[in-house]
Write a protein that binds this ligand. Sequence first.
Ligand code: FMN
Length: 352
Amino acid sequence: MSARARDFAARLGVAFPIVQAPMAGGPTTPALVAAVAEAGALGSIGAAMLGPRAIAEACAATRERTTRPFLVNLFVLPPASPSPAEVARALPRLAPFHEELGLPPPAIPNSWGEDLEAQVDAVLAARPAIVGTHFGPPPPRLLAGCRERGILVMSTATTPDEARALQATGVDAVVAQGAEAGGHRGTFLRPVGESLFGTMALVPAMVDAVRIPVIAAGGIMDGRGVAAALALGASAVQLGTAFLACPEAGTHPLHKAALASAGGTILTRGVTGRHARGLRNRLLVELDASAADAPDYLVQGALSGPLRAAAARQGRPELMAMWAGQGHAMARAEPAGEVVARLVREAGLQPA
Ligand SMILES: Cc1cc2nc3c(=O)[nH]c(=O)nc-3n(C[C@H](O)[C@H](O)[C@H](O)COP(=O)(O)O)c2cc1C
């Protein structure tokens, strides 16, 4: 293991430079985060879709299971304010899915998403060892609050320019999210189409672009990927899809099952209004066809939420959004502690 990986693991307070990615929407349960932490890696709570009370509860439930450090991650986005015309145009595209699922016609929700200011308060009050942000740098109040409390901050970048911009705001580390990655692209400077670096190209370019540690993410599924990312100069690795099938993960059982059988992935903004990579199915194919006209993130995500939830309840995987990376077929249904132990063994890592 490189000196930079050992030093960074020590800074994070973990034995191994391995991060279980934050995954909003259910997968990153306290049981998963704690199992990863107990195995010597960094577990992360994906808190982007949790309100302040749920953030406090998730942190408390994690602390009941482990005394080790963990990360809490938020999406950094301005509040949504769609025009009525934009929303009116989006609803008819979702209506056929509602009909098929026996739901009332799509309607305007009470809210477009969680209030970031309230989430920031809850995260600072919970005082995790590490805070992460996706879709942009931490808001100044979050960064200042983390500084006061000695909380490390890491944010996602998808290009070397984004890494430089994050470094300039004062974050402690950047997550280099390659195009292979599952879930939403963290891109925030240029159009997504210009920001799709594969992990192999992105990690060394980012390592050369910034002084702060770079955490490699995207397509890393086993010890070969861990060793390759560290050889490219990463200070740590972050894996999401590799943990989705763990028994501790809150991933829907049909999503877990589909990881092995899906015919690849699709990157589309059609489901939520921001580009995200998920298992290829009918919902992603059909919504991708009208992706260019979909309203922005939060709005399209809130509008398509009820049909996705109904599909999950009714056991209809073809109409669920099952976010996953290109390495999905290599995800194993092993306990999270065994995933970490296997990565450590296969990559030949020594504890920091
Ligand atoms: C189901 C799912 C949900 C995700 N949610 C988040 C999130 O809430 N915050 C975040 O920073 N990244 C999120 N990501 C992206 C991960 O942080 C990471 O970039 C990605 O998982 C790495 O690629 P891999 O899936 O190939 O390991 C998510 C990924 C997946 C698969």
